[in-house]
Design a protein around this ligand. Structure first.
Ligand code: IPM
Ligand code: MG
Length: 361
């Protein structure tokens, strides 16, 4: 199989963890006889430094011309002062929007070897943590009209939260279809006791639910959901929610699995061309030290193989190798425990590649 992959290293630890993901992909090429072309694409803070904008036209075009986009992380305090219209995060939001990536899948799954890394009590963790956050990604308050102005002698700012019916309908379908491949339970999270957008959300989700009589569907208010995720995460299978609620809940969901550094994500639209990225940020405080955990990035590359290229077996090999490396007692510093072997970022990549080769025999 031949594929073009747009590679956005971005900022902070981005280049370090991306190098490990590419290492793993090259191993996949070798083991399965595929041929991937890696197209470096400049976006984020580094693009502001070089081109004065976080997403140059050429960069967006390179993404559109590729079969898939792999992104590490963008942003950092260095660009805190830049105009909001060119902030590093704007690049990410623009790519999501321009590629029509309305569905963001963020698995929250605990590796059995990392139970002690979870901040939750063992009695809660033992019941199991394995659910999928399905986050709407190109609507809501992130993309509504925003402005800052002076009103009556003081500053006033507003961000408009808005949803069209069709935007809710399509993400609801994604959630129910995802649930069918899992345990057929959807919890739709909203704030329907306060927000109009949430009341519309709930109405449309219920309509779509009727098309999936085999899938259980329940509503939950977002504040309660935030509480339930730490109280009894085992109750969840698929959680579907709007953009900002999903942003917040997916960080919470990832943390209870032990480390935000382990969780990949897939952003999908109507076409096969999606974007794949770990859910963590650019961690500028540890950038350049070769100590970041590349596992979330590597698993994101795995999701790309599965969703964009239908390479299920290849994705499973990556997942299996990561699990084996954890079983073998290797850790990066974020999940280091006594008695384990601490690896640097690049050593972790090497260890995963070596394990893939061993498993594939
Ligand atoms: C995420 C990030 C982004 C978001 C930021 C960097 C714009 O937090 O992917 O969750 O809010 O979507
Ligand atoms: Mg976030």
């Amino acid at each position: 199989m031949e594929k073009r992959i747009a590679i956005i290293e971005g900022d902070g630890i981005g280049p370090e963890i991306m190098a490990e993901a590419v290492k793993v992909l090259r191993c996949i090429e070798q083991l399965y006889g595929h041929s991937f072309t890696y197209v470096p694409v400049c976006a984020g803070g580094c693009a502001i430094d070089r081109f004065g904008t976080s997403l140059p036209k050429e960069s967006l075009q390179a993404c559109l011309d590729s079969d898939s986009v792999l992104l590490a992380a963008v942003g950092g305090p260095k660009w805190d002062g830049v105009d909001p219209s060119i902030r590093p995060e704007k690049a990410l939001l623009s790519i999501r929007k321009e590629l029509g990536l309305y569905a963001n899948l963020r698995p929250a799954k605990i590796f059995s070897q990392l139970k002690d890394a979870s901040p939750l009590k063992p009695s809660i963790v033992e019941k199991g943590i394995d659910f999928m956050v399905v986050r709407e990604l190109i609507g809501g308050v992130y993309f509504g009209a925003k402005k800052t102005e002076e009103v009556d002698g003081e500053l006033y700012a507003s961000d408009n939260m808005c949803y069209y019916e069709h935007e809710i309908r399509r993400i609801a379908h994604t959630a129910f279809q995802t649930a069918r491949k899992r345990h057929s339970r959807v919890v739709s999270v909203d704030k329907a006791n306060v927000l109009d957008t949430s009341r519309l959300w709930r109405k449309i989700v219920h309509e779509v639910a009727e098309e999936y009589p085999d899938v259980q569907c329940a509503d939950m208010l977002v504040d309660n959901a935030a509480m339930q995720i730490v109280k009894d995460p085992a109750q969840f299978d698929v959680v579907v929610t709007e953009n900002m609620f999903g942003d917040i809940l997916s960080d919470e969901a990832s943390m209870i699995t032990g480390s935000i550094g382990l969780i990949p994500s897939a952003s999908l639209g109507e076409s096969k061309r999606g974007m794949y990225e770990p859910i963590h940020g650019s961690a500028p405080d540890i950038a350049g030290q070769n100590i970041a955990n590349p596992i979330g990035m590597i698993l994101s590359a795995g999701l790309m193989l599965k969703y964009a290229f239908d390479l299920d077996e290849e994705q499973k090999l990556i997942e299996e190798a990561v699990e084996q490396v954890l079983i073998d007692g290797y850790r990066c510093s974020d999940i280091m425990e006594e008695g384990k072997k601490k690896l640097t970022c690049s050593e972790m990549g090497d260890q995963i590649v070596e394990t893939m080769q061993k498993i594939k025999g």
